[in-house]
Design a protein around this ligand. Sequence first.
Ligand SMILES: [Zn+2]
Length: 318
Amino acid sequence: MVPHYGSSGVPSIIGDAVWKTKLTMDVFDDPDWDGFDGKGARANIVVNGDCDPGNAKFVYPIDTEDGPAGSVVICPKTSTQDYSSAASLDVVAHEWGHGVVFNSAGWEYITSTNAALQEGWADIIGHEVEWRKEGATSSDPETEDWNYDEDSGQEIRQENYDDGQYVSPDTNPYSYHASDTCPTSHGHYCGLRMAVAFWLAADGGTDDGLFENVNPVCRRDPDPALADCDLEVTALGTWAATRIFLRILMAVYADSSSDWHDFAEYAKQSAVDICGAPFPNCDNAADEQDTVQGAFTAIGYPGPTPLVRYCNPDCCPN
Ligand SMILES: [Zn+2]
């Protein structure tokens, strides 16, 4: 089945970009958050014939060469593509994800750490929207998965990569764990550890001896073994994980001073908000807190208080 995004030129790229934007905004809909900026801003899309073929971008106020601030730019297909993969759902959602990150935590895209946080969170949002909105079909490239930009047929980012290495390990090895160095200042590779935490929270992970579903850094052949590879993470499912992770941004748990060491705490608080229940039904979402704690521990960021679990007011143990 031919992909339906941008298969016959610019008009269908526009149609697809608008439709994928609508699907993305549906997923962002939250009692405390409206649109990509939290305030219901118009979602402007620019289809730009001059930008890098195959690319897409969110336009920050400091760089408005390709479009107005706060818009998403979709570039044309490459010369070897039959369609514009830049108008596929995970790419469009990733770019609007930058809008969510910019308008919530607001890390300035000026350091390599901030670039990794921006790209990691944008990748999570791309995955979240794809898993929420794309149905599993056997023949359509637009199927939910743990690859990013796989429809381009070119460079992809993958959370559950079989050997924990990028296809070009000398130049761009993926960074799945705090102990991995970031090979370049390019946030896409170091940010992968964030998406691994999300994948583990959604799908679960355990070392069953087959390395089926663990942090992919554990699939390498380290000696001595890397820490935490025997950690068990109980799956929450993609939608529960999505709501918990989005709330880290949308409830303003994360701000511009937050870094990798903070997210385990925020995720546990968010799990209580999303999955718990206040008095008199009292549910402190202990299982969900265990999962997100495990997911961040697995990537090497257990946070300052990995044994702490949060509780609803009036529902805390004595
Ligand atoms: Zn990005």
